[in-house]
Design a binder for this molecule. Structure first.
Ligand code: NAG
Ligand code: NAG
Ligand code: NAG
Ligand code: NAG
Ligand code: NAG
Ligand code: NAG
Length: 357
């Protein structure tokens, strides 16, 4: 399939990308290019694709193919593959015959891609936009995006399965993607920001809509405060609106780095479900107050219990006196009743007299 010559070339090339200032490496690359690069002819359109040479677009849709077409024309600036059955993107998948392509846009959505091997996008030095959305990625090599020095937009929405979540943060590193402006990660059940460090100095938009983020805390927030230009989109995440949200709540209010802040809703606790995070009051997220309240309730409980106990004790100690007192009351009542009885009997006569009249 792929010749030895190609392997030599790509090994050299990758080294160069690593130490771009290394003159010797450049020299070797030049020699390698001269020796190995075949003269590319203007190929015909790959089978099962539609080519529009005017716009530089090659579109390959549907089909049983399990590999990227090998013979992508040199003039291609946009390549769209869709509805294929490509389970693995292999090393140098877009580098037919060891030549670089000057492609700018590569769209690979909806292809059932499960794995991206190291150096998969080798030989695409001018690529600006890479769309990998709507795939089923289970494995992403830490070197998957190596060599995409010009890449500005990376779409990975609805594509990352749980096994690949951790690998993702290793793959998204500054070394590979130093020009990235926009990173889309919607719909991936992510629980935190999948960047080990946020020092991608060109990153402007980080889309984390529709994930499983409950809160963002500590180190992540510090980084966000430092990277002032970055905007983070966070709607449709299940935020936990308890006092652990405090730091995030203030970031939301103070930093204006979240353009869709008004659309963030609480999902827990039950009482606050659907309530806008931004509309929470400060005391809702105040851990100190919450703790203080809990403590004061406990204290109140203790005091009440103590009073109850004292009361019972007083009753117990005074049981003799209370008995006497009760007896007195009973006697008083009985006296009262007798007086009443007597009056009633006295009063009955005049009533009868009235009736007679
Ligand atoms: C995709 O390709 C694999 C082999 O690589 C095959 O097992 C699978 O059935 C194919 N799926 C579809 C939907 O064609
Ligand atoms: C690939 O290179 C070989 C020799 O290096 C050449 O014979 C062949 O035509 C090339 N194929 C394409 C598609 O460029
Ligand atoms: C997802 O990816 C597509 C490209 O396939 C893009 O147009 C869209 O804006 C992305 N974002 C969301 C939230 O779907
Ligand atoms: C959120 O993402 C899930 C897949 O993770 C998808 O099924 C659902 O339609 C998305 N919801 C919205 C509102 O986009
Ligand atoms: C964000 O938080 C996650 C887990 O809490 C951590 O793995 C990651 O390194 C943090 N990222 C940054 C940029 O601090
Ligand atoms: C955010 O602003 C509030 C007042 O609006 C202030 O009390 C709080 O300390 C600020 N937090 C940070 C982290 O700047």
């Amino acid at each position: 399939m792929r010749g030895k010559m190609w392997i030599f070339y790509s090994a050299d090339n990758s080294k160069c990308l690593f130490s771009i200032w290394n003159q010797r490496c450049f020299y070797y690359a030049a020699v390698a290019c001269l020796l190995f690069s075949p003269v590319r002819t203007d190929h015909a359109c790959p089978s099962s694709c539609i080519c529009a040479k005017d716009s530089g677009t090659v579109t390959c849709r549907d089909g049983e193919d399990t590999e990227v077409p090998a013979d992508i024309p040199e003039w291609t600036s946009t390549l769209i593959l869709k509805g294929k059955n490509i389970s693995t993107l292999q090393r140098g998948a877009f580098m037919s015959n060891g030549t670089e392509l000057q492609m700018m846009t590569l769209s690979l959505s909806h292809n059932g891609i499960q794995a991206i091997e190291p150096y998969a996008f080798l030989g695409l030095p001018r690529l600006h936009l890479l769309d990998l959305s709507h795939n089923q990625l289970e494995y992403i090599s830490a070197r998957a995006f190596h060599g995409l020095l010009e890449l500005r937009s990376l779409y990975l929405n609805h594509s990352i399965l749980p096994p690949a979540t951790e690998q993702l943060s290793n793959a998204l590193n500054t070394q590979s993607l130093c020009n990235l402006h926009r990173l889309e990660l919607a719909g991936n059940t992510l629980k935190s920001i999948p960047l080990l460090r946020l020092d991608m100095h060109n990153l402007h938009a980080l889309v984390l809509v529709n994930n499983s983020i409950e809160s963002i805390g500590g180190g992540n927030l510090t980084m966000l405060y430092q990277q002032k230009r970055i905007r983070v989109y966070l709607a449709l995440n299940p935020f936990w609106c308890n006092c652990e949200l405090e730091a995030f709540y203030y970031w939301l209010k103070n930093s204006s780095q979240c353009p869709d802040a008004g659309r963030l809703l609480c999902s827990e606790p039950e009482a606050k479900r659907g309530f806008p995070v931004e509309m929470l009051r400060e005391e809702d997220v105040d851990c100190m107050k919450e703790n203080l309240e809990a403590v004061s309730y406990v204290f109140l409980g203790l005091v009440l219990a103590l009073i109850g106990l004292v009361f019972l004790m007083v009753l117990y100690l005074n049981r003799g006196g209370i008995k006497r007192w009760l007896n007195n009351i009973r006697d008083a009542c009985r006296d009262q009743m007798e007086v009443y009885h007597y009056r009633y009997e006295q009063d009955s006569d005049p009533r009868l007299a009235n009736v007679a009249v």
